[in-house]
Design a protein around this ligand. Structure first.
Ligand SMILES: Cc1cc2nc3c(=O)[nH]c(=O)nc-3n(C[C@H](O)[C@H](O)[C@H](O)COP(=O)(O)O)c2cc1C
Ligand code: SF4
Length: 417
C-alpha cells in the first residue's frame, strides 16, 4: 500500500520486488504483468490513453493522448519515439530510479507508443551520469533479444540541465549537439531525421504501458482530486526517508511528509516542481492537495515531481541564489536574454546573499524576473524567472533584510553555500 494515512491505492509503477532487489528482469516483468497487448487490442489505445487523463511527467503536464494523436496524424512517412530519461534536474531521481528498477515497463511504454503512432524507431535517451539506469536499460534491451517489432536504440544524453529539453533532445540525436533549437521547430512536426517525433518522459510511457494492460478506468481509480492516477515524486530535505516515492495525486503535503517517515526538523518552505517550479510557504502548502490543477491555480506547478523541503532556520535568499546561480550556469549560451538576463539575476542575488547589495538590486530582480519570460529560444529562462518570482514572494522579509545588509538566519555551515 502507499503509506499515507487514508489511501488504499497500491503502488503501480513501483509494485513488485523491493528496491533493494535491483532491476526487474524480462521474465519477472512478464510473470508479474503479462505480455503487452498487441493488435487488435491496440486499435483503441489512443482513445483509451485520452480517456485516462494521463498527463506528461517531464514537467509541463501536457495530455499524453493528445500528443500521440498529433504525431499519429503526421506519421505517414515515418516517425520516431524518444523515451526521455535525461533527467538533468539535479535533485530529481525518479526517472533514473524507474529506469534502473523497472526498465521493461519503460520499454513497453515506448513499444506501445511506437505502435500507436506508427513509428519506425524507438530511442531510449538516458542521462549519461545515471550509470545504474544506463546499465539497466541496456541489459533490458539485450534481454528482449530483438523480439520487439521495432529497433530499439539506447543513446546516452550528455550531462546538463537542458539536455532533456525536447528540441535539445532532437538536436542531439540529429547532430550530437544538445542545445535547444528555435521554439518554432516543434519535434512532433519535424524532429529526428526530419520525421515527426514523439518525445515522451519515461514515467509517462511507463504509465501508458499499465493503461494498455489494465484500462483507463483502472488508471482513473487513483487520485483524490481533479487529476487522476499516481505519480513518482522525489522528496529531498529533512525527512526520515527522502528519495523516490509513488503517491496518489491529490494527497496533501502533510500526507507526503508522513509517508516519508516525518520531518526531522521544522520545515519553513517547500520547493515544489523542481528548479523549474517554485517556492511555497509551509503555511500555504501543508494542507493543499498535490494535484497539478490545484497547484497551477496557486501559481505553482507539479513539474517533474521534485519536492524540496527547506529547514525553517535556512535563509530563503541563499537558497534561491543557489538555484538561480545553477540555472544561469546551465544556460546553453546562445540567446542574449538567457546569457545576460540570468547572469545579471545571479550576480544581484549573489550580492544580496552575501549582504553587500547595490542600492537597486532587489528592485531590479523584481523587474527582470518579469521581463525575461518568453525571451529565450527555449523555456529555460522562464523557469529561472518563475523560481525567482516565487522566492521574492515567499521570502519577502528575508530579501528586504538582505537589501539592508542583515540576515535573520544562522550563517551557513562550512561547505553549505
Ligand atoms: C530546460 C528544460 C529541461 C528539460 N529536461 C527534461 C528532462 O530531463 N526529462 C524530461 O522528460 N523532460 C524534460 N523537459 C521537458 C521536455 O521538453 C518535454 O516536454 C518532455 O520530455 C515531454 O514529455 P512528457 O510530455 O511526457 O512530460 C525539459 C524542459 C526544459 C524547458
Ligand atoms: S534560452 Fe537559454 S538555454 Fe534556451 S536555447 Fe536560449 S541560451 Fe539556450
Amino acid at each position: 500500500m502507499l503509506a499515507t494515512a487514508t489511501t488504499t491505492i497500491e503502488p503501480r509503477l513501483l509494485a513488485g520486488q523491493p528496491f533493494a532487489a535491483g532491476a526487474e528482469s524480462w521474465d519477472q516483468h512478464r510473470a508479474r504483468l503479462g505480455e503487452l497487448p498487441r493488435s487488435p487490442g491496440l486499435a483503441g489505445i489512443i482513445p483509451s490513453i485520452e480517456r485516462s487523463g494521463l498527463i506528461g511527467r517531464g514537467g509541463a503536464g501536457f495530455p499524453v493522448g493528445r500528443k500521440w494523436r498529433s504525431v499519429a496524424e503526421r506519421s505517414r512517412r515515418g516517425a520516431v519515439v524518444v523515451a526521455n530519461g535525461a533527467e538533468g534536474e539535479p535533485r530529481s531521481a525518479k526517472d533514473r530510479a524507474l529506469m534502473h528498477l523497472r526498465p521493461h515497463l519503460v520499454i513497453d511504454g515506448g513499444v506501445l507508443a511506437r505502435a500507436a503512432i506508427g513509428a519506425d524507431e524507438l530511442v531510449i535517451y538516458v542521462g549519461s551520469e545515471h550509470g545504474e539506469a544506463v546499465r539497466s536499460m541496456s541489459r533490458a534491451i539485450a534481454e528482449r533479444g530483438g523480439r520487439d517489432p521495432v529497433a530499439i536504440r539506447l543513446v546516452e544524453a550528455p550531462r546538463g540541465y537542458i539536455s532533456g529539453e525536447s528540441s535539445a533532445v532532437v538536436h542531439y540525436l540529429n547532430a550530437r549537439d544538445a542545445r535547444p533549437t528555435s521554439a518554432l521547430e516543434r519535434p512532433f512536426e519535424r524532429g529526428v531525421g526530419s520525421h515527426p517525433t514523439l518525445v515522451q518522459n519515461v514515467e509517462s510511457l511507463a504509465h501508458a504501458a499499465l493503461i494498455a494492460r489494465f484500462g483507463d478506468a483502472w488508471y482513473r481509480e487513483a487520485g483524490r482530486g481533479r487529476t487522476r492516477g499516481t505519480a513518482l515524486v522525489t522528496v529531498s530535505g529533512p525527512v526520515r526517508f527522502p528519495g523516490v516515492h509513488e503517491i496518489e495525486y491529490g494527497i496533501t503535503m502533510a500526507d507526503l511528509v508522513a509517508m516519508t517517515g516525518g520531518a526531522t526538523t521544522e520545515i519553513g518552505a517547500i520547493l515544489i516542481g523542481g528548479y523549474f517550479g517554485g517556492w511555497g510557504s509551509v503555511r500555504d502548502l501543508w494542507g493543499a492537495p498535490l494535484d497539478p490543477v490545484d497547484l497551477g491555480e496557486a501559481g505553482l506547478g507539479f513539474g517533474c515531481g521534485l519536492i524540496g523541503l527547506l529547514e525553517a532556520d535556512a535563509c530563503g535568499v541563499r537558497a534561491t541564489e543557489r538555484i538561480v546561480r545553477y540555472m544561469a550556469a546551465e544556460s546553453a549560451r546562445q540567446c542574449g536574454p538567457c546569457i545576460f538576463g540570468l547572469g545579471a539575476m545571479a550576480a544581484a542575488l549573489d550580492r544580496l546573499a552575501i549582504r553587500r547589495p547595490l542600492p537597486d538590486d532587489l528592485e531590479n530582480l523584481a523587474r527582470w524576473s518579469a521581463q525575461i519570460v518568453g525571451r529565450g529560444a527555449c523555456h529555460h529562462p522562464d523557469g529561472a524567472a518563475a523560481l525567482l518570482t516565487s522566492g521574492l514572494r515567499v521570502f519577502g522579509d528575508d530579501f528586504d533584510r538582505h537589501q539592508r545588509g542583515h540576515c535573520a538566519h544562522p550563517s551557513p555551515r562550512a561547505g553549505e553555500d
